[in-house]
Design a protein around this ligand. Structure first.
Ligand SMILES: Cc1cc2nc3c(=O)[nH]c(=O)nc-3n(C[C@H](O)[C@H](O)[C@H](O)COP(=O)(O)OP(=O)(O)OC[C@H]3O[C@@H](n4cnc5c(N)ncnc54)[C@H](O)[C@@H]3O)c2cc1C
Length: 479
């Protein structure tokens, strides 16, 4: 009998895990159970003014090659696109200036990098970091982490945190620098050097000459093509609109309770891959893996919204890929901005003549739920007004989509690396169980794919180890 594996969650983590498992165990019976009505999770493509746009994740970094490799493996290389412009800007102290290029999440390789963004005092403070006593942050994931805002504020000055670090971290986590952990969010810098300035230099390496390799990739036609291809190649049974409500161990594996509480359905599996956000994982692991459940419970999540706008074809946006907003920026009349960042999609990825001009605004950060407590019309009006203030472009959108991502991004706080170590430790002790997803070791698409590959390999090895009981290893059966 073929091994039965259930993947809970049909976001990129669940889909990539199911696909990877299929390559490892071609004969396995894989089922993906997804509570929403469609696959993809935070990857969601919609039509806006006749063009496909991503209203969740829109791009992936290439520094971690996992996403590019998966795109190649899936035969989607023809759809892979890179930005046609790389000129981001930041609004700080009422001015919009170029985003410094040689920084790691806002930490500069030298004070010269940040001269246009910071005040002279702020630049002097940044310049002094390399002369401070060495910074020691324990590399051990169980050791206490330190807050990004606190350490960087003390060493580089609060201006750098507010004007560069927080806007950049906000883009990744929708988080606050004071709450996020240094080791959890800036791991490559930890243990690299005596000071953070030196560590950034080591991580970035010497400035490169000539044409730079692209930093980001995206998919023409949207992320949906990756979602669809993964679903196809995973050759899984896909069940949509059904939440998994409970997970219990049985003598042979796992039993899942799915569907509504009133009319539950039960499903038995030899193995389970749990690829759901932290609040759902906390609930599902509560009875059988309480230590992992408790650790998932420590991971807070931030809500945000993406406002996607199409402007008439003759609208002219600034010649940049977008603008990040520093902490505390205000309109000239003193009202705060609603958006925390704009991406000028048409500038960044290009557009054909005569097509509408596309852009999107991100709204909301951890602890700022009030920004989202407005209806769609109010949210659109607020970001249109922000756009006017920032760029002088005052044009009514021809179409818009407001996408709300409640609890969309996990917060990698100071207890995060310890929580993840506890999750992995507790889950590894449970035969036939693995976890994947953005809660673990990176929220971006590539890191999430890495977590899926790790989970699939663990379950693949488990199935192989039990092949005499539940199935023959891949390639030996013809069912
Ligand atoms: C607005 C936004 C923009 C982003 N932009 C980028 C970007 O440009 N680049 C980038 O690299 N990353 C980006 N990210 C981050 C990245 O998209 C996500 O971290 C990643 O896609 C998460 O994948 P996942 O599979 O772990 O989780 P999810 O995508 O959340 O998938 C989990 C799935 O599990 C389902 N589920 C939950 N509970 C249950 C249950 N009980 N039973 C069954 N199913 C359940 C959910 O419905 C969901 O579909 C962005 C995130 C957001 C929110």
């Amino acid at each position: 009998m073929a091994a039965k594996v259930v993947v809970v969650g049909g976001g990129i983590a669940g889909l990539a895990a199911a696909y990877r498992l299929r390559t490892l165990h071609p004969a396995a019976e894989i089922t993906i159970i997804e509570s929403a009505k469609e696959l993809g999770g935070k990857l969601r493509t919609r039509e806006l003014a006749g063009r496909s746009v991503d209203v969740g994740a829109e791009a992936f970094v290439t520094r971690n090659p996992a996403a590019v490799r998966l795109v190649e493996e899936l035969g989607l290389t023809e759809n892979l696109v890179h930005p046609v412009l790389s000129a981001a800007t930041v609004r700080a102290a009422g001015r919009t200036v170029a985003l410094p290029k040689r920084t790691f999440l806002g930490l500069p390789v030298s004070a010269d990098e940040v001269r246009d963004v910071l005040s002279p005092d702020g630049v002097a403070k940044v310049a002094g970091e390399r002369d401070l006593p060495p910074l020691h942050v324990e590399a051990d994931p169980d050791a206490p982490d330190v807050s990004v805002g606190q350490v960087i504020g003390e060493r580089f000055g609060r201006e750098l945190v507010d004007r560069l670090v927080e806007p950049l971290l906000g883009g990744v986590y929708a988080g606050r620098a004071d709450m996020l952990g240094l080791r959890a969010t800036m791991a490559p810098l930890v243990g690299k050097a005596q000071t953070l300035t030196e560590a950034v230099g080591k991580v970035l390496g010497p400035p490169r000459q000539g044409t730079q390799p692209p930093v980001f990739g995206a998919l023409r036609g949207g992320m949906a093509s990756m979602v669809d291809e993964l679903a196809k190649r995973a050759a899984a049974r896909i069940r949509l609109g059904l939440p998994v409500r409970a997970l219990t161990r049985t003598a042979r594996g796992w039993r899942l309770e799915i569907g509504s509480a009133a009319a539950p359905e039960f499903l038995d599996a030899d193995a389970v891959i749990l690829a759901v956000p932290a609040p759902a994982a906390r609930k599902l692991l509560e009875d059988e893996v309480p230590a992992a459940s408790a650790a998932y419970g420590q991971v807070e999540v931030a809500s945000m919204a993406v406002v996607s706008l199409a402007l008439p074809p003759d609208a002219v946006l600034p010649e940049s890929t977008g603008v990040l907003l520093a902490v505390g920026e205000r309109h000239a009349d003193g009202t705060p901005f609603t958006a925390k960042a704009f991406t000028f999609t048409s500038r960044k990825w290009g557009r054909a003549d005569g097509e509408p001009v596309q852009l999107r605004a991100s709204v909301g950060r951890y602890g700022e739920a009030e920004a989202l407590q407005r209806d769609d019309d109010q949210l659109v009006a607020a970001v249109v007004s922000d756009l006017w203030e920032l760029t002088g472009v005052k044009i009514a959108p021809v179409e818009r989509i407001v996408t709300r991502w409640g609890g969309g991004l996990p917060q990698y706080g100071v207890a995060h690396t310890a929580a993840v170590a506890s999750i992995i430790d507790a889950v590894n002790k449970m035969p036939g169980l693995a976890v994947a997803g953005a809660t673990l070791r990176g929220v971006g698409i590539p890191a999430t794919i890495d977590s899926a590959n790790t989970a699939a390999s663990a379950i693949g090895a488990y199935l192989t180890s039990r092949s005499g009981e539940i199935s023959a290893p891949s390639g030996l059966v013809g069912d």
